[in-house]
Design a protein around this ligand. Structure first.
Ligand SMILES: [Zn+2]
Ligand SMILES: [Zn+2]
Length: 355
């Protein structure tokens, strides 16, 4: 098959790769119909880090991509919820389904990575598990980590459910956004934008959508949030909140200056959720966070757990995700898609690719 293959930083090529096979009875194979590039994929592209993975070091080649939807082509004998011909959307990673964390419903914290490749690993960020920027992908433990694309969900919305919307919504839940709350979302890339839209959907009274890029922050107007440039955020938000700060801050960048701003914007006793994938050079003013009694949460979303709440919200038009996908490419042009997404050319927010 053909796929986008990581050969090193800034060296992602559309080239031949081994066809996936079913390695376990609980797995299946889909023909990929649409896929997208996540902001976190750019850390690979830059030779940066995702958790313990350091892309500046030599690494065996692998298919990229953890935002994928497609049609089921082949199922293992142990798969019960999916059949050939179904259209499904995938979680961004695999889970074993049997460890203590999986059994408690925290499949994003699966401990199965101890048992070798294909268990408890994200798709498409390392040779551990090939990703879905490809014509075909093997879906691990598919009953647990994939769901049918129901009526009333577009292909673009289905892709958002694989990561960006689920992660943004995770930030909303982890910072405990409730009716009437004031919220600041720092960063209006796909995840931040989805967080802002979800915060409005769950009843926040005022949601500030902060981004230096005008086209990104102005999208907030389409779902009822308030666009704001980072340079004016502190003075304006403190004025609007009578010097107190907001109830919840969702940080969707993962850099030192935005972490600093997040702590500044939160009220005393407020909540902060850090969604941005942190790099080596990030620090935050813990002494200020402590004096404010901030409740801080950071981590990777349990994507599967969000679907039963998000799918009805989309089906009933409470969350739309409109305007998030700004560019489309053939998968064969995926290297160019990575390049222009990385350079933020032409007002790009998110790309969709079709094999
Ligand atoms: Zn992602
Ligand atoms: Zn597990």
């Amino acid at each position: 098959m053909k796929a986008l293959v990581f050969n090193g930083p800034e060296d992602i090529r559309y080239e031949s790769f081994n066809d996936p096979t079913i390695r376990n009875a609980r797995n299946l194979i889909i023909k990929v119909q649409r896929c997208s590039i996540c902001g976190s994929d750019l850390h690979m592209y830059h030779g940066g880090r995702i958790g313990p993975l350091d892309y500046s070091q030599p690494m065996e080649r692998f298919c990229t991509g953890h935002e994928t939807i497609g049609e089921v082509m082949e199922v293992g004998s142990g798969v019960h919820r999916h059949k050939i011909g179904d259209r499904i959307l995938l979680a961004p990673g695999a889970a074993c389904g049997t460890c203590r964390r999986c059994l408690s419903g925290q499949m994003n914290l699966c401990e199965g990575y101890r048992h070798g490749p294909g268990h408890g690993a994200p798709y498409g960020i390392s040779p551990m598990l090939n990703g879905g920027h490809a014509e075909y992908i093997e879906v691990v433990n598919a009953d647990l980590s994939a769901t049918a694309i129901p009526d009333g969900i577009s292909d673009e919305q289905a892709i958002l459910l694989t990561d960006a919307l689920a992660t943004g919504y995770h930030g909303v839940k982890m910072s405990n956004v409730g009716p009437g709350d004031t919220v600041a979302v720092i960063g209006q890339g796909p995840v931040g934008r989805m967080a802002a839209e979800a915060a409005v959907a769950v009843g926040a009274s005022t949601v500030f959508a902060i981004d230096p890029q005008e086209s990104r922050r102005n999208q907030a107007l389409t779902f009822g949030a308030i666009p704001m440039h980072p340079d004016e955020a502190e003075s304006t938000i403190l004025e609007v909140t009578k010097g107190l700060g907001v109830d919840s801050v969702i940080e969707a960048v993962g850099a030192g200056p935005t972490l600093m701003q997040a702590v500044t914007l939160a009220r005393h006793g407020g909540r902060l959720s850090i969604l941005g994938v942190l790099q080596n050079d990030t620090s935050m003013p813990l002494h200020v966070a402590q004096m404010k009694n901030l409740i801080v949460h950071m981590g990777i979303a349990g994507v599967v757990d969000t679907w039963q709440e998000l799918i009805p919200l989309i089906q009933n038009n409470r969350i739309k995700g409109e305007g998030t996908f700004t560019h489309s490419f053939d998968l064969a042009d995926g290297a160019e898609a990575f390049r222009m997404f990385n350079n933020r050319e032409d007002g790009v927010v998110k790309v969709v690719m079709t094999p």
